[in-house]
Design a protein around this ligand. Sequence first.
Ligand code: PLZ
Length: 465
Amino acid sequence: MTTSPTDAGPVEGAHLKAGPVEQRRILATAIPGPRSKLLHQRKVSAVSAGVGTVLPVYVERAGGGILVDVDGNHLIDFGSGIAVTTVGSSAPRVVSAVQTQVEDFTHTCFMVTPYEEYVAVCERLNELTPGDGEKRSALFNSGSEAVENAVKIARVFTGRTAIVTFDHAYHGRTNLTMAMTAKNMPYKQGFGPFAGEIYRVPMAYPYRWPTGAEHCADEAFEVFVSQVHTQVGEQNTAAVVIEPIQGEGGFIVPPAGYLRRIADWCAEHGILLVADEIQTGFCRTGDWFACEHEGVVPDLITTAKGIAGGLPLAAVTGRADVMDSVHGGGLGGTYGGNPVACAAALGAIETMQAEDLCGRAREIEALFLRRLRALADKFDVIGDIRGRGAMLAIELVTGGDGASSRTPNAALAGAVNAYCHSQGVVTLTAGTFGNVIRFLPPLSAGDRLLHEGLDVLEQAFAARA
Ligand code: PLZ
């Protein structure tokens, strides 16, 4: 039995002067309300138009499964700030670890005068990531930076330059990671030229595999092997970088066994397998890391997001011989492994263990799947339900019986999303075709809230589909 968050009362935030965050949906005004609208006017005048916002309600407090906005609306959080606040947005252990650390010191730069918290986070990462061999870690500020560093490390270790990535991949917004990200709009449009030596192969996407899902595992592996061989050359390939479940690309889960075959093939050719677990890591999929579900031990793993309960921290963890192949001073950065972010990570990891949040993610999976399957029975525009743990999605299509029934339906995804927002449920879309609605609730949200959010989703389909 896992420690489920209570449904009845506030679950966290008791330390706040304003009191705990009440765990229920409250619509005090229209969404967005008048105060949010005023703040949004200031945002438009002060913040670059290049920085978008999904839902312009301005948040004042948050905890459990609720975001409280400046107009007093309580919104149900189905996004966790894009899979970040896995432990909740004001988890007591994170808050107190941060408070203590910030009073001790805020920064020294680990490359100048180090501190224990950085080392302790690396020790935890080395223990928790898959694989029993000796490991090392290095800490950075963002997911993109972790991916960049995994590429640097793989190139030094192998003495090769080519990096293989997949259709529908998302790896970040920096120059190198833009090149690795598949989708042009909005991530790449106008921002080139991009870094070289990045090669893209088709992804094993069962729902859209041309000859049918049952052929996907074998054929996708064959096309991967053939394209790397003919277009890149195994001897030139430093690493294959893959999200074990693709995130921004639409929560695409490759068929069972596919990752394992890629891993074995990489090992055969001296190519490193880098698992980008930035979105899937830290209990999100019901395991500490999504690779575990497939029994795969990557050479390197990139993490960020859920690692530190909302503070900016990211890491590369992997085989000691690979991680130690880099010359001293080759990796780093002013803020990488900031002590406050490290303290938060130690608090977040302790929370995940103490509250068995992997177990909680599996409970959430069961709850959501029951509801989503019932919804798909009613609405044939829900073409696919997929994901794992508290990382689930529905892919929306035009429906019907014809050959075009799987045509992506981005307009409906937008309409359903907008309906949920107007009713105080923060949902997110995803997918190369913009037709996927994804669910990433905080693992601190109680069942009653999750059901209420799903009731709103159901109303959205009834109203729009
Ligand atoms: N790798 C698998 O999911 C971040 C990006 C949102 P950063 N995903 C959310 C947006 O529109 O910018 C992500 C990811 C995977 C890398 C990253 C990049 O992580 O911390 O955003 O740099």
